[in-house]
Design a protein around this ligand. Structure first.
Ligand code: ATP
Ligand code: PRP
Length: 217
């Protein structure tokens, strides 16, 4: 199913996480008849028109998508479940699992060091989901917040474990780590600002219907 050119008559803004999510979201949108115009991964431009003259696309960091949508700076957003579970923002509906940018949030430790006691030091970019995970397990976790390269922390003695995204497992392996537990499966979702949903209900529902049907094609 393709989005009809007359479907979107009011201005709608869609914020998409840059990088790997953007590339995959672009493919999905194209299958739905929505072409992002003049996009190039090398471009420094952050807003793009689409072939639907009232739909605009913003390119923002994955972790910022909920903020844009929460404040209504974007009506809709596409970002990872990891980001959605970590954010404190609430003023949006999580509408559709797009099944793109799939990976897993995992606990990992140094190879052969999976025996962890009732206290542990955990390096992660995801303090909220990590705290909740260890609390449920009855393990007292000291969370050490990092912004990236978590895989270094156990080897350097900064942490006993990490909580991070795993796809192929290559990053873990090449840094002497092994995955021990699944925290949750990750894919990217379409989110919609609550007020936008009320005001532009029909347009947004048409958009959702078309995306949903492309997922099934
Ligand atoms: P930011 O720009 O906000 O710091 P980032 O640099 O972590 O984010 P990416 O590494 O591109 O940006 O990750 C963005 C999103 O892509 C993640 O939130 C997750 O949903 C998904 N993702 C991250 N790593 C992988 C991976 N290895 N395989 C598949 N999807 C991934
Ligand atoms: C992500 C994640 C892991 C890696 C896992 O990092 O934080 O480090 O991918 O993928 P793998 O299991 O296929 O090796 P990314 O490539 O996004 O780098 P960054 O977060 O450090 O920018």
């Amino acid at each position: 199913m393709k989005l009809n050119k007359s479907t979107i008559s009011s201005n709608l803004t869609l914020a998409i996480a840059k990088g790997r999510i953007f590339e995959e979201a672009q493919g999905l949108l194209e299958r739905s008849g929505i072409k992002i115009l003049d996009y190039s991964s090398k471009s420094r431009k952050l807003t793009f028109e689409t072939n639907h003259k009232n739909l605009q696309v913003l390119v923002v960091r994955a972790g910022d998508v909920p903020t844009y949508v929460d404040h209504g700076a974007a009506d809709m957003g596409i970002t990872g479940k990891d980001v959605l579970l970590e954010t404190g923002a609430k003023n949006f509906y999580e509408i559709l699992d797009l099944g793109i940018s799939k990976c897993r949030m995992m606990v990992a430790c140094r190879q052969g060091h999976s025996n962890i006691g009732i206290t542990t030091r955990v390096a992660t970019k995801y303090p909220k989901v990590s705290k909740q995970y260890f609390l449920k397990k009855g393990v007292q976790a000291e969370i050490i917040k990092l912004s990236g390269s978590m895989e270094l922390a156990p080897t350097l003695g900064l942490a006993d474990q990490i909580v991070d995204l795993v796809d192929t497992g290559i990053t873990l392996r090449e840094n002497g780590l092994e995955a021990t537990d699944l925290v949750f499966d990750v894919s990217s979702y379409l989110i919609v600002n609550k007020s936008s949903m009320r005001i532009f209900r029909e347009k947004i529902q048409d958009f959702i219907r078309v995306l949903d049907s492309s997922l099934r094609d």
